[in-house]
Design a protein around this ligand. Structure first.
Ligand code: DX5
Ligand code: ZN
Length: 223
């Protein structure tokens, strides 16, 4: 079985130590950055200054980690260019957040960045089909977006299997990412269902790793 790529989510980290918290997960292929606007989801997280800071930490470390920005905002087309300027390598937009999904994907590609699309748990998978051949990443939410630390929804396995089948049929090399409630307990099952990238917040940055290797140890448990 292939090893998953990992995308630790800084939403769960200690923001008083942002630089160290990012450094602790430097071995991960991605750094997941959750942007919430208080409209598309019932919570507000952070925006440009935090992304810019993460970018500086990444650049100073010399790592090739991909800054993977998950936009939980209404009408993301308004801000795509600004997120690229702030340092995003990859921009993922919700199919529910815009009537112009295809345009968003096109814009991100024209800006020279990776384009991702994401589905809420209640959204029919068919909503991504029209853009499936033009994206670099498909994200299947395994919780309702807005908060870290929620319980994984088991219907995700079937949804991942279906999207994996569609990507294979297209011969697409797009990544298939899962986000929400990912732990060492469900990681292997998700990979088996076809996921290639696992996002994890609380299982990486959670208090259980305090004094036991911290986030670096939490990350390794997911491999
Ligand atoms: C949820 C965010 C997730 C969140 C995951 O809205 O999109 O990326 O940080 O956190 P955990 O892993 O704790 O469920
Ligand atoms: Zn996320």
């Amino acid at each position: 079985p292939t090893l998953p790529k990992l995308a630790p989510s800084i939403l769960a980290c200690d923001f008083t130590r942002l630089g160290q918290e990012i450094g602790a997960v430097a071995s991960a292929e991605y750094l997941h950055i959750d942007v919430m606007d208080g409209l598309f989801v019932p919570n507000i997280s952070f925006g440009f200054p935090v992304l810019e800071a993460a970018r500086r930490v990444r650049d100073a470390s010399g790592s090739a980690q991909i800054l993977d920005v998950h936009l939980m905002i209404d009408r993301p087309e308004r801000y795509l260019e600004a997120f690229v300027k702030a340092g995003a390598d990859s921009l993922t937009v919700h199919v529910e957040s815009t009537p112009h999904l295809h345009r968003c994907v096109q814009t991100v590609r024209e800006l020279g960045r990776r384009a991702g699309v994401v589905l809420n748990p209640g959204t029919p998978l068919e909503a991504v089909r029209p853009v499936l051949d033009s994206v670099d990443l498909v994200l299947v939410m395994s919780v309702n977006p807005g908060f870290g630390g929620q319980r994984f929804l088991p219907q995700t396995y079937e949804r991942v299997r279906t999207v994996r089948r569609w990507l294979n049929e297209l011969g697409s090399e797009a990544e298939l990412q899962v986000d929400g409630g990912v732990t060492a307990e469900n990681a292997a099952g998700l990979v088996q269902a076809g996921a290639s990238v696992l996002v994890a917040g609380s299982s990486v940055y959670g208090p259980e790793w305090e004094g036991r290797g911290g986030a670096a140890a939490g990350l390794e448990r997911l491999r």
